[in-house]
Every structure is written in C-alpha cells, then in structure tokens.
Design a protein around this ligand. Structure first.
Ligand SMILES: *Cc1c(COP(=O)(O)O)cnc(C)c1O
Length: 427
C-alpha cells in the first residue's frame, strides 16, 4: 500500500480483502478469540506467535485502521488508542518514567499541557516548556542528563503556531532523544513529520481524521528510525529484558521497526487499557476514506474566511498561516505547502465582550468545544476551555482574551462568510 500516493492510501490503505472477503473492513466486535490448545494461546502470551487473544490489547478492525494511518504517515508500526489524550500519554510514558525529564513546546493543546504539567508531573516526570519560536541555543540549553523525549505540535491548537520540525528534530537527535509530533491539525495529507526528522507521530483522530464529530480516538505511529540501541541506558524499557514478558528485550525481538509500538501494546495497553471499540475504528476509517478531499475544502474555506476577515473594519487581528503577513507564513510554506488546516483565529474589535456578542449572532456556525469537523464551529477559549486562566496566563498560552477560534468546515465558503458578515453587522 505504501507504494501508492496518499489519496489512494486514504481510500484503500490498511486492508486488502482476499477472494470473497468483505470489501469494507469487517467490524470484529468480539472481546476474545478462540484457540484449539492452551499451547497455542501460551505462544501468543509470550509474544512468540502473532495473533489475537483479547481486544484490550489488539483487535483486527482496530489494527487495519492503524495500518492505514501508519501507511499515510510513512511509518513502520502504529496503534489506535481510545482518545488523543491516551495517545499523547502513551507516546511519552512508553519511554519516560518517574525521575525522567521531557521537553515540550509551550504551544500545545490545553489538554496535553495539563496532562504534562499536572498529571504526569505527579507521576514524577518533569517537563520543561520551551517557546516553539526559541533559538537553537535556547532549545539545546533545555536538555538535561535525564531528558527522554521532545514533544511539539505541527500546528498548535489553538495558538496556530507552525513548528520548525527540523530545528526540533536536530536538537533532539543531538541529545540522543526522539522527537514526538502531534500531527492532528495538519494530518498526513498536509504534512508528514517523518520526512522532516520526527521519530514518533501521534494524532487525536477525533478531529480531521474522523472529521464528522462521530468518534473520539487517537493513534500513535512509529517511524522505526530512532535507534534506541545506541542509548541502552537512556531507554532501558526498550533495550533490556522486560520481566513482565518473560524477559523479552523489545529491540532484539522486534527490531527498530516494531519495538516501540510492541512495547506500548504489550505493556501500556495491557495495563491501562485505553483501547478503542472496533465500531469506533470502523467509523474512523469511513472518515479516513475522504480525508484527502475534505482537507482541501477545509483549507480553501480557511483561506477564504481568513482573507475576508483580514480586510474587515470590525476585526482587530487575524491569525492564519496562509496569510502573507502571518508570522508563520514562511514555515507554513515549507512544511505545509498544500495548505495548513481549516482553523482560523481572530479578535473582534471591542475585546472579550464583542467576542461574546458576535458569537451569539452566528446562525450557521455553531458554538462547540470541538474543532476540525465537517460542520463549521467556533469557540471563545477564554470563556470555555481556558476559563481557569487569568489575563496574563492567557497571553502566555497564546490565547488572548478576545481570541475566537473558528473551525471552518467543508460547507460553501461564501455561506460561512455571509454568516460572519451578518453577525458582525449586528453587534
Ligand atoms: C483534541 C486534541 C487532542 C486530544 O485529543 P482527544 O481525542 O480529545 O483526547 C490532542 N492534541 C490536539 C492537537 C488536539 O486538537
């Protein structure tokens, strides 16, 4: 499948039916799988044979969809998770534990920030947050003896900063660490971070990949390129025997292509169990089949709306990396030449109050905490997701009090503009 171009992989990747088999991916809605002998089963538990035994660890429907996303990103192995949050957590916890340190871009999704800065901190993992715009020197200075990974978002939600992936990959590799990229907003249709040096990619598939607001989910993909065995002391979980799996050493048994994802499945999924339902994986796959078409329309609508807003006398500012004057225009041209995403942020003149008044007047565009859906929606983060922050904290997070996050769907661009225009006229 990986020989094909991305549009073909969106439609047909991950699953190739044999003669007389279902054309669509079958939903294997079964918790368990039957075997003739205990010996057969034992081999599966020892990871000596591959096969399914319990859907908390692996399920054929979920694996087919993971294989599609793996092919889209150009990776060697992938796993689905029940949410994007679970994917973020596993991606880091698979290689960092109590006493370790991780570097993250400060421009990341609020839920990820909380996971890192509060919950994983309580687990004894320390995070240093660096500006995505930091210099190489500043980035290099953030590393410590116990740093295990570097994390960032291709396009940050909701700040919409574009990450210089090559800069982050170079620093990570110079310090013997993998770069983990959350590629949710760009999707592999618009950016494949492995081509720029990233080692692990994660997704909230809840967003564009599903794209219909139907199923919460996540995915982790490994490029298979990071050589854990060069740093056995830094990554003992991958390079030394796992007592909970009869002394298997993941890098020896599964090679660089499979070690990271096999460990995440065999240990983390086994113990934490954030596995998606096969039905949800099936819904996700329906979304993936049109991802390449939808992303084009999301980006075209985002661009049209951003250009309209930029010229409007009632608009204070617009942030969209497709606009020529945008701070991230150059980086977007490099990493996202076919378009970034459908999310545009802006401020209405009159600040916080004007933002609230404007949003009340919208008809077609709905107020939701969601983004990256076929239907256009918007959110005032200072009043919703970032409600607990004060004015200073909001600015540090790249989310000023007047910021409206507008997620352009795949409707007609002029209809979206008309809705915004009438709302602006009415405030
Ligand atoms: C939504 C989102 C997440 C979290 O994903 P869920 O599926 O909601 O758990 C992570 N990263 C980014 C960039 C997101 O937009």
């Amino acid at each position: 499948m990986s020989k094909h171009r991305i549009e073909t992989t969106c439609v047909q990747g991950g699953y190739t039916p044999g003669n007389g088999e279902p054309r669509q991916i079958p939903i294997i809605q079964s918790t368990t799988f039957k075997y003739a002998t205990s010996e057969d089963m034992g081999k599966l538990f020892d990871l000596e044979a591959s096969g399914y035994f319990y859907s908390r660890l692996q399920n054929p429907t979920c694996d087919s969809v993971a294989a599609k996303i793996c092919a889209l990103e150009g990776g060697t192995a992938a796993m689905l998770t029940s949410s994007g949050q679970a994917a973020s957590f596993y991606s880091v916890f698979n290689i960092a534990s109590c006493g370790d340190h991780v570097i993250s871009s400060s421009a990341i999704y609020g839920g990820t920030y909380n996971l890192f800065a509060v919950t994983m901190k309580r687990m004894g993992i320390e995070f240093t947050f660096v500006s995505p715009d930091c210099t190489e020197e500043e980035l290099n200075a953030a590393f410590k003896e116990n740093t295990k990974a570097v994390f960032g978002e291709t396009i940050a939600n909701p700040a919409l900063t574009v990450l210089d992936i090559e800069k982050f990959a170079k620093a990570a590799h110079a310090h013997g660490c993998p770069l983990i990229i959350d590629n949710t907003f760009a999707t592999p249709v618009n950016c494949r971070p492995f081509e720029w040096g990233a080692d692990i990619v994660i997704h909230s598939t809840t967003k564009y990949m599903d794209g219909h607001g139907a199923a919460v989910g996540g995915c982790i993909v490994d490029s298979g390129k990071f050589d854990w065995t060069k740093y056995p002391d830094r990554f003992p979980g991958l390079c030394t025997p796992d007592d909970s799996y009869h002394g298997i050493t993941y890098t020896e048994r599964f090679g660089l292509a499979g070690a990271y994802i096999t460990k995440a499945t065999a240990q983390l999924m086994r113990d934490f169990g954030s596995t998606p339902a096969p039905q949800s994986a099936f819904i996700l796959n329906l979304g993936l089949e049109s991802l390449h078409l939808r992303m084009k329309q999301h980006c075209a609508n985002g661009q049209a709306v951003a250009e309209y807003l930029e010229k409007h006398p009632k608009i204070a500012w617009v942030n969209y990396s497709g606009l020529k004057g945008n701070k991230y225009y150059e980086l977007a041209q490099k990493y996202l030449p076919n378009g970034s995403c459908g999310v545009v942020s802006f401020g209405v003149k009159g600040g916080r109050k004007a933002a609230e008044a404007f949003m009340k007047k919208l008809n077609l565009i709905a107020i939701e905490t969601h983004v990256a859906d076929a239907r256009s929606c918007c959110l005032h983060p200072a009043n919703a997701t970032h409600r607990q922050m004060n004015e200073q904290e909001l600015i540090a997070a790249g989310v000023p009090g007047d910021l409206i996050r507008l997620s352009c769907g795949i409707e007609n661009a002029q209809d979206l503009i008309d809705d915004i225009e009438q709302a602006l006229q009415n405030i």
